[in-house]
Design a protein around this ligand. Sequence first.
Ligand code: CP
Length: 307
Amino acid sequence: MAPFFGRDIISLRDMTVDDLWKIVETAGRVKKGDYGNFLESKSFATLFFEPSTRTRLSFESSILQKGGRVFGFANPKGSSQSKGETFADTVRTVEGYCNVLIIRHPVEGAARLASKVVSIPVVNAGDGANQHPTQTFLDLFTMHEQMERLEGLSIGMMGDLKYGRTVHSLAHAMAMFRGRMTFISPPSLQMPEEIKKELLTAGIEFSEVSEPEQAAGDELDVLYVTRIQRERFGDPQEYEVVAHSYRVIPETVGMLGGQVRIMHPLPRVDEIDERVDGMENAIYFQQAHNAIPTRQALLGLVTGALE
Ligand code: CP
């Protein structure tokens, strides 16, 4: 049985290193053009209860480019949730209209809940501050494309490590590849204790610092920058205390050894100076574009169109 066929994609905690390699290798073949319209005859629903540019549009573009059909909503105000319908009733209804549900929701655990009430595959496109697995798949694909390896990379994760779901998923993945991690954040936005405990239990080394200068000796392969997640702060004043904490400038790249790749899941606010965009080190737009082969590969595997 193909390991992905019919499977829910909810959290990196559910995945193995073989699963991650399968996605990266399949995405590589898809990017080379090895397959045709493999999503023909498949229908997908994108239910986005929270804003998105990259995730929703790259899923939709991925599906259309491979001959599939896609429908959904980008704003729950246009759905019957605004009339009081429960999330569970919404997903149980839409289950009857498609082969796969792709869900983004502000509540942690929403995608897992959906997977319990429907029998078709559910793909988590980001649930609150918890997980964003498909972002991690394209992050890994991009790192592999750039460095031709995933094992033992040295990665600095900088910014909002408390609320940033992309770095939560990425930390789990880097642990599977025995990476070295440096967490760079204000003290109030450190990586959650639960994740740090999981890393320690797995025997994974990490360090925590508050300034990128403190990572200068770590020979980072990647500096993975994240936005401070304004929408997750209950108190706007708390956000203002940490907003604009970091700004990557061309000198930051030099200070980190000159070879470091700068990645960012995007959107950015002001944490990477636009002068960095033209540097060879800046790979965040390539990273965003790699969403297409990576998400095509994943959907092909989950629907059984690819093995
Ligand atoms: N990286 C990412 O999730 O971006 P969007 O919020 O625009 O989908």
